[in-house]
Ligand binder design. Sequence first.
Ligand code: TNX
Length: 523
Amino acid sequence: MKTQIQLILLFAFLSTSLGAQMPLFPTPAKTMQGKGSFVVGNNLSIEAQGDAQKIADQFSQNLKEMHLSDAASSGTVHFKLNKEKAMAPEAYSLQITSSAIQAEASSISGLFYAKEALLQLIRFNKGSLNACRIEDQPRYGWRGFMLDESRHFFGKEKVKQYLDIMASLRMNIFHWHLTDEPGWRIEIKRYPKLTTVGGIGNWHDPKAPATYYTQEDIKEIVAYAAERQITVIPEFDMPGHATAVCRAYPEVSGGGEGRWQHFTFHPCKEETYEFISHVLDEIITLFPSPYIHIGGDEVHYGNQSWFTDPEIQQFIQEKKLVNEVGLEHYFIRRIADMVASKGKTIIGWDEIVDAGVSPSKAVVMWWRHDRQYQLVKALEQGFRVIMTPRRPLYGDFVQYGGHAVGRLWNGYNPIEDIYRFPDNVIHLMKNYEDQIMGMQMSMWTERIADPKRLDFMVFPRLVAVAESAWTLPKAKESSLFMKKLPRFLEFLDTKGIYYFNPFAPDMRPEPTSPEKEDLLQNG
Ligand code: TNX
């Protein structure tokens, strides 16, 4: 009996460690070794039926962009979409023998991930694949990356490059932070000044020429993402962080002075709500996602005029909102209803937990790592939650003690901490697992002005985010992940990405930001 248990444990360990050692990012749930190997080289035949053909076509296109060996291929790759099989959402299997490869899933997204896993094996093994069977499924349905292009604008080509890498890492959400203080970045036909005026400037240069995405650009990115099974979630931040809008259309501004002038919308004017409704109509037409992120964070930073504006004070009294916080919550409830009436659901930063919105109308993004009770409160109230706590999931935090630019908060965000997440908060989610949609890395760009520094802050930490979001806990093993990570770094080299190398942290100069603002502590 004892030896049997020992044997079972040994096999369990071997299958986990085999999966963890194969050059797959993220590590799959289950891997079993077979006999022999399959060569992907010349004249590979690829077969598929029905809807699976789309994935097979993508695969043959992807192979054309790779440098394969001249050796003859061993046989056929079959892509099979088996809708009756009822596998877990996004799950797939990959069977490699010496004569055939079969990729199978019961959803298109699952089949897409089988294809991506296969491409990684071909790439990292130079076309010679050991026979094996992989059965894989994600831990979370929300595996996201957020990019702030208001503070600094990076443009279409960078976004597409990141979408490619995200797809390879089986990440499925691109949260696009397109509006904030320095700049508005989406063309809205009804309000052209949003881009001609609101698009001017960035975090370090308020006079920088207008940069933004046209509606055609947005459609192109959304379609590009969809082909890679990625949903794009737009963020229109309100009632705070609205400076760029209010600069362009002062009639909807909530006032303010100096550094905080125009930071908020005017929360009482009907005109404000009409304006927001019209903007949302265009945003909703551009983004097919079921969710619209409406921000909702840090209103108190710049709502000083709310305390003195007689119109606002009278409104608080009339509507019995008690105070300015009550007014903020009124605003959020109205926007949640407005978005719901347009057939979409809001996502908001964790401040919205206190706004009295029905959990059926909102999803919460937990970001304040120092307020774990906000996560607990959201779950207790029945909200669905996406986790992106500053520590360890904000990409603008330092990743190595020797770095001179970036954020700190009683420490920083090394790749190992990301890999371990969400272990440190898992006890808080007990009995609420179904409400946890997943997690994302959020890349704020106040101190990231160019693509080189952006790459350096994103990579390789994004690989750990992908694994934390995808890989089931029983298949995760930090030391094995770090052991295989250099293969991914080589892949980043081929893409010309300037990443931080955690194995040789002092080798490459850290790209700095124009302000050289150094380390920002707690706040
Ligand atoms: C907090 S996260 C913010 C952002 C900043 C970020 C910098 C959130 C909801 N608000 O506006 O860019 O910190 O780390």
